[in-house]
Design a binder for this molecule. Structure first.
Ligand code: GRG
Length: 317
């Protein structure tokens, strides 16, 4: 299977998993459930769950335990997009090729849909404990239950707890929201390199790091491998955001499914406005090479992630 086919297969798996975990029941909260579904089902590249699944597989994970976390990270990402598009923030009318949630459902319902996706992400991720319960149910009550199996269950529980802690911290004030706060407050002023790096590391990098870290942790990767995954994710996150800045200048509305030149409209200083397109392409390339050289140390199993890294900085949407 070539890279494009494998990416398509993985993206389809993500779509299937998201469908499985989205809420179904609704009474008087029906509208908000519809608004959640509206933006979640609009597509999107599903990069974060794909990165999570790939770093899980690279670290030897072969279980369904990763699935609720894959759905959860996409819910958190989608909540951030819904809120980012609100009139109080970027005030955008299109996202993922559709009218934004606040245009279709009104501002109040879009705020609530974002909140609900954030909350539902954690309701979803904790379902990993149910999966563990079923996995060990058959032997749980047996008097002669082996001590090795008991140790495995405890180890896996600990891994889920660690993954939940990452899922809680990275979207928060020391992660994505922290970056967004700096972005909002510094909009309109001339940013220095330190401020721009802080915004990119957090606003964009934090969820990408969360994705790859959770993959490694749930697969039981060793500390040194987890540290390496974090560095890979850091470089991918920075390169991904610089490519996002480049596309805002060079792509079309049809390619992006959202307005172009939105950074200019919102008076945002970006890597591109500071350094120009050519230097931005070079920096994205440098960061991606850094990620690839770290990935090479994982051996041939890292081939998909290596190709994905290249694909992300040459993407057209
Ligand atoms: C809490 C009020 C409140 C707002 C949160 C944190 C935040 C708002 C917004 C950050 C969202 C944002 C625009 C981050 C930049 C990262 C980025 C490039 C997002 C686009 O991600 P893609 O390209 O999008 O993966 P798709 O649609 O493909 O999923």
């Amino acid at each position: 299977m070539d890279f494009e086919q494998e990416l398509q297969k993985k993206t389809e798996m993500v779509e299937h998993i998201i469908k499985e975990y989205m809420p179904r029941d609704a009474a008087f909260q029906k509208t908000v459930v519809e608004a959640m579904e509206y933006t979640m089902s609009a597509g999107g590249k599903r990069i974060r769950p794909v990165l999570m699944m790939s770093s899980y597989e690279l670290s030897g994970g072969r279980d369904k335990l990763i699935e609720p976390f894959m759905a959860a990270i996409e819910m958190i990402h989608t909540y951030s997009l819904i809120h980012d598009d609100l009139p109080a923030l970027d005030n955008d009318d299109y996202r993922r090729g559709r009218k934004t949630a606040h245009i279709v459902y009104g501002e109040a319902m879009a705020i609530l849909a974002g909140d609900s996706l954030l909350n539902y992400a954690y309701e979803t991720a904790v379902k990993a404990f149910d999966l563990l319960e079923s996995k060990y149910a058959a032997s749980a009550g047996l008097p002669d239950r082996g001590s090795e199996e008991l140790r495995n269950e405890l180890r896996e529980r600990k891994q889920v707890e660690q993954a939940l802690a990452i899922l809680a911290a990275k979207p928060g004030i020391y992660g994505m929201i922290g970056g967004q706060v700096a972005d909002v407050e510094l909009t309109g002023s001339v940013l220095n390199e330190e401020q721009l790096t802080f915004i990119y590391e957090n606003k964009t990098g934090a969820l990408i790091e969360a994705s790859m870290l959770i993959g490694g942790i749930l697969a039981g990767a060793e500390e040194s491998a987890i540290e390496k995954l974090q560095k890979v994710a850091y470089n991918i996150g920075m390169a991904f955001q610089i490519q996002d800045d480049i596309l805002d200048e060079t792509a079309t509305f049809e390619e992006l499914g959202k307005p172009i030149h939105s950074d200019e409209k919102n008076e945002k200083v970006t890597y591109v406005t500071l350094h120009g397109i050519d230097a931005s392409k070079k920096e994205a390339e440098r960061l991606s090479k850094e990620a690839v050289s770290l990935l090479n140390s994982f051996g041939p199993d890292a081939e998909f992630l290596t190709e994905l890294t290249g694909y992300l900085i040459h993407r057209k949407n």
